[in-house]
Design a protein around this ligand. Structure first.
Ligand SMILES: [Zn+2]
Length: 141
């Protein structure tokens, strides 16, 4: 399934990336030692930030900018949680910890990656053929 992402302005992109880095500071991840921050820009302009919170049972939820110097994607559990609340064509920016990455002389950005080494995708691409709340409304036999 290929889903076309909504377009996103440079200003909003920057706001989202900065928000994800700020959110990561609020992570509580003493067990995995894998802090993650995420930011979501709502249609009314509200910037919503979140970070992973763990407990002793290792249950962790959330997504986006981690401390790994590559653009990691959210785990399957987090993708399904995002699917519950967001449209499949919502753009998703996966930000490397060393953002902004600078290309070396003559080096080209990898396909699917944008400015600063940010991977640009959609929820639909991350979670193809997904099951969502609307499926619970289907007629049953
Ligand atoms: Zn996850």
């Amino acid at each position: 399934m290929s889903v076309k992402a909504w377009s996103i302005s440079h200003e909003d992109r920057t706001k989202l990336i900065q928000g994800a880095f700020e959110a990561k500071k609020g992570s509580y991840s003493p067990y995995s030692k894998f802090p993650v921050g995420a930011a979501l820009l709502a249609t009314d302009g509200t910037l919503i930030k979140g970070a992973n919170i763990e407990n002793a049972s290792y249950g962790a939820r959330s997504a986006n900018s981690s401390n790994v110097p590559s653009a990691l994607s959210p785990c399957g559990l987090c993708r399904q949680v995002i699917r519950e609340f967001c449209s499949l064509n919502m753009p998703v920016l996966l930000v490397p910890a060393d953002y902004p990455q600078v290309l070396k002389e003559g080096e080209e950005q990898k396909p699917g990656f944008g400015e600063g080494g940010v991977r640009e995708t959609t929820l639909g691409e991350l979670l193809p053929d997904s099951f969502g709340p609307e499926h619970l409304e289907l007629p049953r036999q």
